[in-house]
Design a protein around this ligand. Sequence first.
Ligand SMILES: [Fe+2]
Ligand SMILES: [Fe+2]
Length: 413
Amino acid sequence: MLVMGFIGQAIGQWLKVKDLKKFTTRFKAMTRPGEKITVQGRVVDENETCWICEAETVNEAAEVKVKDTLKLKNNYFYGCSRELTRYVKFVMLIAVLQENLFNNHAVMDEVSKIKGELAMREYVTTKQEINKNSLPYNLYQKAKKFGIWNPVDIDFSQDKEDWKKLNGEQQLELLTQFAQFIGGEEAVTQDILPMIMAVSKKGWFEEESYLTTFLFEEAKHAEFFSLFLEEIGVTEDLTHLLSPGYRKLFDETLPAVMGKLLEDQSPEAMIDAAVTYNIFAEGVLAETGYWFFHEALSRANLFPGFISGIRNVKRDEGRHIGFGTFLIQRLISENPELDLFERVQQRLQELLPIAMMLTERKEGEEVTSLGIERGKSMEFAMKQLQARLTVLSRAKGKTLEEIYNTDIALEEV
Ligand SMILES: [Fe+2]
Ligand SMILES: [Fe+2]
């Protein structure tokens, strides 16, 4: 009975009672004086709201004395690796209590020590441990310097005149691109949030610092397109111009893969997110869009305000893609036992049909109303994709320091 009492006391002292949804104890065998009792515990199952834990008290001959089942509200541990340690320590604490059954001072000393450790947050900054050589920190510095352009400062007066010069077919071709872009920018503004949460939970302060600028920039890109459309006099709802390929990516695939990060920060989940978001949506699709704007507008000296804004958007996006490329490399190098590069390739294979859907042209149309040849934009995107895949394929076996020094000059940041 004393063994049971100690476990109950430990739980009462340590966990918040409101988080303990159920606690059952089953007596298995008598504890005799002189026996050394220890407890081993583990998480055996979990559902959406709870962790199911088991703890067994055993003697030196592994004879089970008491078997406990605990049902804990999982927001107590809320998916954080730092918090997960808390559970391990909790189990250790029980073990310590059991080992020191007859030494109350030792028990209380241990309780205070572990409580003290667990109450402390790990601060990168107070330890003077910001890694100033890391690639995310470097991108953060660049973002503070180059990412502060303001869409409201752009003069769209010439753009307004240029818009009027286009015929109906040309306007429709452009509006379709604008609709996909503006919707895409709003979607990625929302969908980057779970990635920020994921790196925060991992305690990657440099990555999180950079991502604060990432979110700001995505919102600004959506604002840029919105202001531009308003200035040239386009006020109608463009939703009907979003294609099935667009819907598939931005309504289904992207939010699903990013939302998963709220619960799952495994290397596989983070790879899936970075490939879909950074390499595919930003790398393959958005870059195809910039190429289109360059070919259709800037070569004809049209829309100077818009083109100047797009130059800034493209540079911001270069940093975003650079971050994604770095993150994938980091995950590949830190988890050599998982074939993550293979996963990158598989994921891209699954996504490429969406790219085909998005760049589809009207039946029989070889050159669009704005002079874009069939297949040219995909050709450009595939070339860019191949260059990034080459960088990613070399990540395995590299150290983090070597990855910090990887040439991301491919991205104009
Ligand atoms: Fe963007
Ligand atoms: Fe972006």
